[in-house]
Design a protein around this ligand. Structure first.
Ligand SMILES: Cc1ncc(COP(=O)(O)O)c(C=O)c1O
Length: 314
């Protein structure tokens, strides 16, 4: 599927929003898609990460914490964003990283090397220990080693993160019929659901394989005006194929906007596919949230090179 499919000729018009954010619009017949550029926010920390960290960092500072500990994988957007807690606020940040073997590979990994440059300390653990990272034993072990710390969960999702994500939507977004976003742990969509109006529908695009996110999100919100699309994971978390990469490169060519391959590339692909399939009624206006994460392109291109797949243009 090409972004410039004949039946879906794009009329790309750029408009300035909030004085600084640029959105892009796609007019397909009577369907209007606007992209909210949360990826352009912030200095180092951007997109939903900025929203998720805002109230957590405030709480850590208020509580007098000098250390924050968080968790993530080798290419995690959250790990990189969290490293800015040291750089921007001077609070020590320790990243508990999945995969002991990475200890010798920090400098070969664009996410970890940048996080290190920002002042993050690493605590590498096996995948097995990582699965039990919130067990009392492991938390006690971390306390024994590092002393008191503020715990920021994997992906940064907690109540304060959801509160921050509610601020993605502003009053001027109330006119959209649909709000779309990518879903990983569910925090971002939970904030969007809370901030949406009763007449709006919120559609999440799961970046992971399986149906479990529906239950996860249901546990975070009370409203019912949302659904999760589970057909656009491309094989699972961080899995990609040539079709997705070609789509993202066409999108970049036509709009100038870089999408990340793990979340936003899959979401936009999904929205485009649903438009083609007639999922959205005519006269619909859709607001898609670009949640950032573009830093993942570097690491993904390293993997794609090894696999002989086309690279993502950035
Ligand atoms: C760029 C980006 N978009 C979307 C998501 C999904 O957000 P959430 O985990 O809140 O569902 C993530 C992961 O946290 C992300 O890094």
């Amino acid at each position: 599927m090409s972004f410039n499919d004949k039946k879906m000729q794009l009329d790309l018009s750029y408009k300035s929003e909030n004085n600084e954010l640029k959105s892009f619009q796609l007019h397909e017949g009577l369907i209007h898609l606007t992209l909210k550029r949360e990826d352009l926010l912030g200095d180092g920390i951007s997109g939903n990460k900025l929203r998720k960290l805002k109230y957590n960092v405030a709480k850590a500072i208020q509580g007098g914490y000098t250390k924050v500990i968080t968790f993530g994988g080798a290419y995690s957007n959250h790990i990189l964003a969290a490293s800015y807690i040291k750089k921007n606020y001077g609070i020590d940040i320790i990243g508990v990283i999945r995969g002991e073997e990475l200890i010798d590979k920090i400098d070969d990994n664009p996410t970890l090397s940048k996080a290190k440059e920002n002042g993050m300390q690493f605590h590498f653990i096996s995948r097995e220990v990582y699965r039990n990272k919130l067990s009392t034993d492991f938390i006690n072990e971390l306390e024994a080693k590092y002393g008191a710390f503020y715990l920021l969960p994997e992906g940064g999702t907690n109540e304060l993160a959801i509160k921050g994500c509610e601020e993605i939507l502003t009053d001027s977004d109330a006119s959209f019929d649909y709000i779309c976003c990518a879903v990983g742990t569910g925090g971002t969509i939970a904030g969007l659901i809370n901030a949406s109006t009763e007449n709006q529908k919120v559609v999440g695009f799961s970046a992971l394989k399986g149906n479990f996110l529906k239950d996860d999100v249901a546990g975070l919100v009370t409203k019912k005006n949302w659904t999760i699309q589970t057909d656009y994971h491309f094989g699972g978390y961080a899995k990609v194929n040539a079709e997705l990469i070609t789509f993202m490169n066409d999108f970049k060519r036509d709009t100038g906007i870089i999408l990340d391959p793990i979340y936003n590339g899959k979401m936009i692909y999904g929205i485009y596919d649903l438009i083609k399939k007639g999922y959205f009624p005519k006269n619909t206006s859709i607001l898609a949230i670009h949640t950032g994460g573009v830093q993942a392109v570097l690491g993904m291109n390293e993997l794609l090179k090894k696999k002989g797949l086309p690279l993502i243009n950035s």
